[in-house]
Design a protein around this ligand. Sequence first.
Ligand SMILES: [Zn+2]
Length: 143
Amino acid sequence: MAKDINPSDGWSPCPKGTLTGLAATLKRREQIQRLQRISSLVALLLVAIAAGTWFSNRYSDGSMESNYGGITCSEVQKSLPEMMSGTADESLVTRINAHLVRCPHCAEMARRMKEHEVHAAAGPSIKPLNGDPRAVLLAAHVK
Ligand SMILES: [Zn+2]
């Protein structure tokens, strides 16, 4: 650096390779920064995926296929109509009840099914005739 000083303007020509070296350094720094940005993004994404997987696993384990009272959710959901209609056997009902106490997902389902059942039992003869025009037509046709 010191040997080529030009006193008129105070500027010295760059030694060969300084600019390219600087450019390379800048480029490398930029690449490192980009890499860091990408890797932090990737890390964030991985965390999100991991959290999502964990959550969905937990969700599906927790509310779709829990085995409470010796019976799984899908079995409970399959047997609920039987239980509602009173055709399920005693031991099945006991197991379903034990399951429903501990599984809010199935309990909610049973509650809805019961509600539906009550509605269906309350007005099957009135509702179709008054509500659905096709049912009225059908009823008229049958008469
Ligand atoms: Zn359940």
